[in-house]
Design a binder for this molecule. Structure first.
Ligand code: S3P
Length: 436
């Protein structure tokens, strides 16, 4: 991968592509497969760097993980994790490290978790706090609340945990620890967050209670339930599908279809938002795959208009605000994105990075502590090299913008795109985009 990638103004994009496997489900399939007894086979796994780091971690915790000749992945769990021989390096993956810490905390073992320079900057207490309340011990090896951290697990007691921030990672870490805790663990969410852990736990044979509490869910799980290996079909990732679809919306004359996209309503906030902005987005061939709704989404070039994105939608599209902002740059009027302070603690400070990158491309952006406002225009200048701070979604969002801007747009550290979307550049070029 070169040290920089550039996207140039392209003529109409067209074609049908398949979204890579969903990252959230891919991590979970490896981790639950490793905790379970027996064999788990996974079809459609995202072979991105983040998930491969989780697969290696699960192996280090004692499971056997193989990629089969037909592209499926096979995990043979040992019915529990054991002390690994080396440091668990989770690379760039917040989901990987937080879920693995939760899973590992339930077993009598010691393990040290670490990550790359971006992951070392992200807060970990949101997960280690509740896990410590359950009885796990965490020793910070560099700075408090940051990786690397050493875990001593085992002998956990169930907790009742009321979340202040809707976070599927925190919820999942507590539930995975709760599987091996004494008593019934309860998590109360302030808003509904993606429910892949709950669904997949059931597929592995666990009973998970879910009650709608008006705004979010109250989830309960009895400790001591064994998991049994199963078959997992991973559908296409809506967060990745967003990039070719966005290009379809902003490059004049385009028509792009992404097949097999997961349509779990807790993940599709971006598509609702684009439709409210006037996007010509249609969903066909709705079906069920791997316990999730999926469909084929077609995006045609559209005259977009700015809107106020409902704050209540944030959890269902938290990873999609960067690409939403890139498309908002081409919309008529103002797009207001508020209630998204969580964006500041993702792979980078995504509010600051999008504001800086879009401004460098000639777009008017107002930054707020918990949000940002983009004023769009029919013509976006481009002509900038954007700093991505190691963040795959910052890189892809600006590259897509570059396909429709007047002047080329370059991004640094493009190798990071492989964390979630290894085939991104080839896919965009296959649709007729100019990236290289
Ligand atoms: C994820 C949850 C979200 C999301 C992340 C994946 C998951 O993070 O941003 O990319 O798979 O559970 P939070 O739990 O921090 O909101």
């Amino acid at each position: 991968m070169p040290s920089q990638l550039t996207a140039r103004r392209s003529t109409a994009l067209s074609g049908r592509v398949r979204a890579p496997g969903d990252k959230s489900m891919s991590h979970r399939s490896m981790i639950l497969g490793g905790m379970a007894s027996g064999v788990t086979e996974v079809e459609g796994l995202l072979e991105g760097d983040d998930v491969l780091a989780t697969a290696r971690a699960v192996q280090a915790f004692g499971a056997r993980v193989d990629r089969l000749e037909d592209g499926r992945w096979r995990v043979e769990g040992a019915g529990g994790f054991r002390t690994p021989r080396s440091v668990i390096d989770c690379g760039n993956a917040g989901t990987g490290v937080r879920l693995l810490m939760g899973a590992a905390a339930g077993y009598p073992l010691t393990a040290t978790f670490d990550g790359d320079q971006s992951l070392r900057k992200r807060p970990m207490k949101r997960v280690t706090g509740p896990l410590a309340d359950m009885g796990a011990r965490f020793d910070w090896l560099a700075a408090e609340d940051r990786l690397p951290v050493a875990l001593t697990g085992g002998a956990l007691k169930a907790v009742d945990y009321v979340q202040t921030v809707a976070s599927a990672q925190v919820k999942s870490a507590i539930l995975l620890a709760g599987l091996n805790a004494d008593g019934v663990t309860t998590v109360v969410e302030p808003e509904k967050s993606r429910d892949h852990t709950e669904r997949m736990l059931r597929a592995f044979g666990a009973e998970v209670g879910v009650q709608d509490n008006g705004e979010g869910w109250t989830i309960s799980l009895r400790g001591g339930q064994p998991l049994t290996g199963t078959f997992v079909a991973v559908p296409g990732d809506p967060s990745s599908a967003a990039f070719p679809l966005a290009a379809g919306l902003i490059v004049p004359g385009s028509e792009v279809t992404v097949e097999g996209v997961m349509l779990n309503p807790l993940r599709t906030g971006l598509f609702d938002t684009w439709i409210a902005m006037g996007a010509d987005l249609t969903i066909a061939n709705r079906r069920n795959a791997g316990g999730e709704a999926v469909g084929d989404i077609t995006a045609r070039h559209s005259k977009l208009k700015g809107i106020v994105v409902p704050e209540a939608r944030a959890a269902s599209m938290i990873d999609e605000y960067p690409i939403l902002a890139a498309t908002a740059a081409f919309a008529e009027g103002v797009t207001v994105m508020r209630g998204v302070g969580e964006m500041r603690v993702k792979e980078s400070d995504r509010i600051a990075l999008m504001a800086a990158g879009l401004r460098a491309c000639g777009v008017q952006v107002e930054e707020e502590p918990e949000g940002f406002i983009v004023t769009g225009s029919a013509s976006v200048a481009g002509g900038a090299t954007v700093h991505t701070a190691h963040d795959h979604r910052i890189a892809m969002s600006h590259l897509v913008l570059g396909l429709a801007a007047q002047e080329p747009v370059s991004v640094d550290e493009p190798g990071m795109i492989a964390t979630s979307f290894p085939g991104f550049v080839d896919m965009m070029n296959g649709l007729g985009g100019e990236m290289g």
